[in-house]
Design a protein around this ligand. Sequence first.
Ligand SMILES: Cc1cn([C@H]2C[C@H](O)[C@@H](COP(=O)(O)OP(=O)(O)O[C@H]3O[C@@H](C)[C@H](O)[C@@H](O)[C@H]3O)O2)c(=O)[nH]c1=O
Length: 343
Amino acid sequence: MRVLVTGGAGFIGGAICRHLTARGDQVVVLDSLAAHKEPPAHLPDSVELIVGDLADDDALRDAVAGVDAVCHQAARVGLGVDFDDVTAYVADNDAGTANLLRALWRRSFTGRLVVASSMVVYGEGRYRCPEHGDARAEPRRTADLDAGRFEPRCPRCGAALAWAPVPEDAPLDPRNVYAATKVHTEHLSTLYGRESGARVCALRYHNVYGPHMPRDTPYAGVAAIFRSALEAGKAPRVFEDGAQTRDFVHVDDVARANLAALDGDWAGACNIASGEPHTVGDMAAALAAGFEDAPAPVVTGEYRLGDVRHVVASPDLAAEALGFRAETRFAEGMAAFARDPLR
Ligand SMILES: Cc1cn([C@H]2C[C@H](O)[C@@H](COP(=O)(O)OP(=O)(O)O[C@H]3O[C@@H](C)[C@H](O)[C@@H](O)[C@H]3O)O2)c(=O)[nH]c1=O
């Protein structure tokens, strides 16, 4: 198979390229290299690299020529909470995806299209009130967070809500600009599939970690930030009370999920997660255990306004539709991550 990976020089795109080339696929990467000065060393030599971004029609035309499948990973990532960022996110993610789809349309592409989405499309995860059943968690308020009341509360009775794994048919509830562009990416790509006959699959990544994770951006995921702190002999600073929950999924598992999606026939959106929820406090402790004489994580009670409290995936649809189940267990994955190179 000849596969185009947009954003293939990045953390997740690079892992996908390594897995594709390892099994003998021909890989074309379209990447602006904005995050690197030169092609990263972790990109396999056999990859055909086109340097350009998704706004560059000539680069796109060359990139899509003759490919059997497309894996669209290029995006401006991060939290994107602030409306100062809105035009940059829309230009890179919405217009970038639109340009890619137009280039595919122009060459009548009907192959496999896999797009990177994120758990951020759900906003808060799924909750239940002991009194009122299923409940929607509103954004938490500064006064509650300042007072250390971190759990979302039932809008009807004020009781603390209990979380449950979030299935793919949960309502989409993007709570920041980045999240909104991921919803748009899913919708535009799905529409392309309907109009063209291409089979489109959106993978909603949960919190991805692993080798070559970026460390020096304000948007680096918490695992990389803790990893950098520990490397420098500093304690990881855990926000809130450390009991907020995420699904940390290894980048090699995410790459395997992409290959499963590229190979299969299934069209739709599904969670890509380990199915093993952990608190951020547990994650800090597990990572610290991988370092000799590491300072213990510090639970600070600080918070980031707009952060969600518990987002935990149901991995069942990915298993059923793609035959994908994560292979990396949390303890082993974090122990290995303590030794992995960061970018
Ligand atoms: C950075 C940081 C975060 N945290 C907490 C805040 C959150 O409760 C939890 C997870 O935070 P984050 O890793 O920032 O991820 P997040 O759970 O907010 O999710 C987002 O992360 C972005 C990087 C991705 O682009 C998004 O797609 C999405 O995954 O960790 C700390 O405790 N200490 C820290 O130093």
